[in-house]
Design a protein around this ligand. Structure first.
Ligand code: GDP
Ligand code: GDP
Length: 436
């Protein structure tokens, strides 16, 4: 699992600037979890052979009251998830009472903390740092996030105690079967569902101790087909519900999404959709994961409540409509078996391969049916399509002036390809190239 670095500090010290610098690599997956006033951001980065996850905790000043206190608590929760804290202060503004208040919070916390003095560009490093010795957090480390000054050296040192990326941390092995991750906010019924999925008739669970990574992997077979349940959140071990539900961890959820081929996102029909559901879904989408939606606790629900849930889903989950949806009861096992065909379809779709010929034909039919618009008096041309990748499938479209293609037309293409290719349960990505 990646070491997790939390960026903490009062507003305006340069946290998001550093965050952006640390997550700049092309495949950094970034998730936003909006707090009350500011986003908490998660991103991945790499330095040499080491990878890490960064959290921008949002601004805290340390002496919040009321609603601000709630927000600050959110930020402090993010610290709980971290292995390393970078406490950022502003070398231009000098020491601030808010810095002292945050330092007091951090001292109580047992996390390895580095004191980072930002914005030292054009300043003498020692002078800029001088103020901050008194915080009692250790040696101040001068950087300039905006210019990259000392940043690489700092991160190298911060990551020194952590091992290099394992050689086998590469793409999950396909031969063992489809890897399933069950995600959702606390109490929606994840552990009940996991036990139900594994406890179903015709399911043979193999050696549970296969814990070569941080994720617990539970290989099993259903109707002769191999699957692996990836249980990064440890829901399997939570044997009964009297055990206190563990604290919701976004990091663990992000890991589960990263480690699986198909995510089953569990929603709770009794509490309805909440913001957290939407953010998690948004992350699944951003990460390009195949997805199956399970609306749980459907048992014994009044007709009116069912109607309300359906309406909410229709109104708010349009962006995830590529996913197949099931109304289930994990508690009673109702419709749980139906998840498997959807998992298989989503996995197959995500890993489909189509010939250039086929894709180009679909493109040309689409263009005939509905021409792209004119731009500066010239019609946008779409000539050829080929597959640029899978899981999720990427379709590369070549033509002229493709950079001017309107969003509405891109949606039309997506829908057309999706329908003709019968892609279910996975997002499709499009890339447009102009010239030659
Ligand atoms: P946050 O609120 O802590 O996330 O701070 P931001 O990253 O938004 O930065 C606040 C302001 O400080 C912005 O105007 C940045 O351009 C500026 N800033 C960030 N890093 C540096 C730096 O290294 N040097 C200087 N001079 N300005 C910086
Ligand atoms: P998790 O935190 O997402 O793993 O949720 P749990 O599996 O621990 O379930 C939370 C609570 O919801 C427990 O009291 C379960 O018994 C209950 N629950 C789970 N699935 C269902 C269901 O299908 N119907 C009903 N009525 N309750 C359920």
């Amino acid at each position: 699992m990646n070491p997790v670095i939390a960026l903490v500090g009062r507003p305006n010290v340069g946290k998001s600037t550093l965050f952006n610098r640390l997550t700049r690599s092309r495949d950094a997956l970034v998730a936003d979890f909006p707090g009350l006033t500011r986003d908490r951001k998660y991103g991945n980065g790499a330095l040499g052979d080491k990878t890490y996850t960064v959290i921008d905790t949002g601004g805290i000043s340390g002496d919040e009251q009321g609603i601000d206190a709630a927000m600050a608590e959110q930020s402090l929760l993010a610290i709980d998830e971290a292995d390393i804290v970078l406490f950022m202060v502003d070398g231009r503004a000098g020491l601030n009472v808010a810095d002292e208040a945050i330092a007091n919070h951090l001292r109580v916390n047992q996390k390895k903390t580095w004191l980072v003095v930002n914005k030292t560009d054009g300043l003498d490093e020692d002078t800029a740092s001088g103020d901050f010795w008194g915080l009692g957090i250790g040696d101040p480390r001068p950087i300039a996030a905006a210019h990259g000054r000392n940043v690489t050296a700092l991160i190298e040192e911060v990551l020194a105690p952590f091992p290099e990326r394992e050689a086998n941390a590469a793409p999950p092995d396909l031969s063992n079967g489809v890897r399933i991750g069950v995600i959702g906010r606390p109490n929606v019924g994840k552990s009940t569902l996991v036990n139900r999925l594994l406890g179903e008739e015709r399911v043979v669970v193999f050696d549970e101790a296969g814990t070569t990574r941080d994720a617990i992997e539970i290989p099993f077979e259903r109707r002769g087909k191999p699957y692996v349940l990836v249980d990064t959140a440890g829901v399997r071990r939570r044997k009964n519900v009297t055990q206190i539900a563990e604290k919701f961890s976004i990091i663990k959820t992000l890991d589960a999404i990263k480690e699986c081929h198909v995510a089953i996102m569990v929603l709770d029909a009794r509490s309805g959709l909440v913001e957290q559901d939407l953010h998690l879904l948004d992350y699944v989408l951003t990460s390009g994961r195949a997805l199956v939606l399970a609306v749980n606790k459907w048992d014994g629900l009044e007709a009116e409540a069912k109607e309300k849930m359906r309406a909410q889903i229709k109104r708010r989950l349009g962006f995830a409509d590529y996913a197949e949806m099931h109304f289930i009861s994990a508690l009673h096992g109702t419709a749980v078996g139906d998840l498997y065909p959807s998992i298989d379809r989503a996995f197959a779709s995500a890993n489909s391969h189509w010939s250039t010929n086929r894709l180009t034909n679909i493109l040309q039919d689409a263009v005939t049916e509905h021409q792209p618009p004119l731009v500066h008096g010239r019609r946008i041309k779409l000539r050829m399509a080929h597959q640029g990748g899978s899981n999720p499938p990427i379709i590369v479209v070549h033509g002229n002036q493709t950079e001017s293609l309107p969003e509405a037309y891109k949606r039309f293409l997506t829908n057309t390809f999706r329908k003709v290719l019968k892609v279910r349960g996975t997002p499709i990505r499009f890339e447009f190239r102009s010239g030659k």
